[in-house]
Write a protein that binds this ligand. Sequence first.
Ligand code: B12
Length: 421
Amino acid sequence: MRVSQWLAPVGFLLFSLFPAHLCKICEVNSKQKDMLAPLINTMVNSNELYPSIAPQILMALKFVKQHYSKAETTFLNQVKLNIMQCDGAISSGQFALDLLALTAACQTCIIKDYELVKKLEQKFQAEVDNIDKHGHPLTTYYQLGLDVLALCLLNGTYSTSKIVDLFSVEQKYSYDNQFSVDTGALAVLALTCVDRKNPGVEEIRNITEMLVRMILKEIKPDGTIGNIYSTGQAMQALFVTSKYYKEEDWNCTKTLKTVLNHIPQAFHKPIAASQVLPALQGKTYLDLTQGSCQFNPDDINNSNPTITESTPQSHENISVKYQVVDFINKHLQESIDISVPKGSLFLDVMEKAEEQNQTAFRFTTKSSEWGPYVTSVAGIEASSKDRTYWKLLNNGQPLSQGVAEFVVSEGDKLEVRLSNY
Ligand code: B12
């Protein structure tokens, strides 16, 4: 064989061995690897049954060398249950997550046997029909990103021109006029997959480039992108799109260091751990279909490690202001001064306010993988039909945590505000 004849296959092999297409990637080094242990523990010890947790944990565990077979079997069973139980009611993004998790867990036969990709295509079509009819998806553009990502990775059918239409306007990536880095990052991953499979569609590249610029604008001085919870998915997006930005536009190592430093306090929830872990290992959801489905028995780990605990409250009291605002339905603005022990949560303040004035400050929550989600305040229900939610703010700034996670400080001006998304 002449040199030129074997160079081509070798070139192709090298190209496939580095599927990230020469991306800019930074990942934990051998010294930092131990810092990931709390994230893995949090995930494998999770016994929360919210449907979106199990698939995201399985997706994250795909990139961990060790195999936690007991935990992985439990999560896989939950994913199968998600799919079997509520096939009709399940949201498109949830269904996409389940399919990605089955792929990560090497269960491609189930996907084929039950024609799950076809079902995802139908769910995606229902989102598109809703956009055509009402101007917004049934769910959100975050879930549309998941849909396209799964359809693309699993070789489903979609129209590239429809995808261009769907993802083209900046406004789609905002909730209440604020750019959602998570939503932008998911779209970048989905569009990058589409671009790799159907190269040469200029508009797909233009949208990706626009989104990358928007994500880069969200880099904070400490390296966080958006907030600490969106940083992992934003890192994934930037890993696969380095051709759209300059070396000096993003200090990947700084971002990585900041995230590692936040592990103990910010990532104690299994869902948060599962979303950040792939990026810390230099992986992206585009790698879910890569790699072997066989594993080394030496890598099996059946241990059940430790559990972390929440912040204790002290006896010292602090004062905060709390207000409820609804300018959508009524001209409502109620406020109250509350005194709570130092270390209290937003939720404690809401409960104290409710004790003092039932009518103005009563509220309800529903539990979710991120903690309690505020569903109504002062008898006013947020509604996914009207696309309203109770937004949480402090000193006029939206919070990046829910009511059962945000610890209040002396002088805080807390607010729940009925808003549109
Ligand atoms: C879309 C979205 C929303 C939408 C949900 C509308 C809808 N019907 O889908 C809206 C705009 C309403 C929303 C609101 C909030 N969100 Co939000 N949201 C997301 C996003 C981008 C995608 C969620 C999703 O679709 N997942 C996939 C589907 C298949 O899973 P799911 O289980 O069905 O998803 C549900 C839950 O995630 C829930 N949800 C969404 N956000 C939040 C936030 C909290 C605290 C809770 C308890 C539940 C919850 O709504 C989803 C639909 O039912 C995630 C990003 C991410 N990285 O996950 C952020 C994210 C989950 N949200 C976040 C936050 C902080 C909020 C708010 C607290 C913001 C604020 N300042 O008010 C509020 C919640 C306030 C409240 N009432 O309690 C954070 C949570 C971080 C944390 N540690 O808790 C995330 C990670 C974004 C971020 N990087 O900051 N959100």
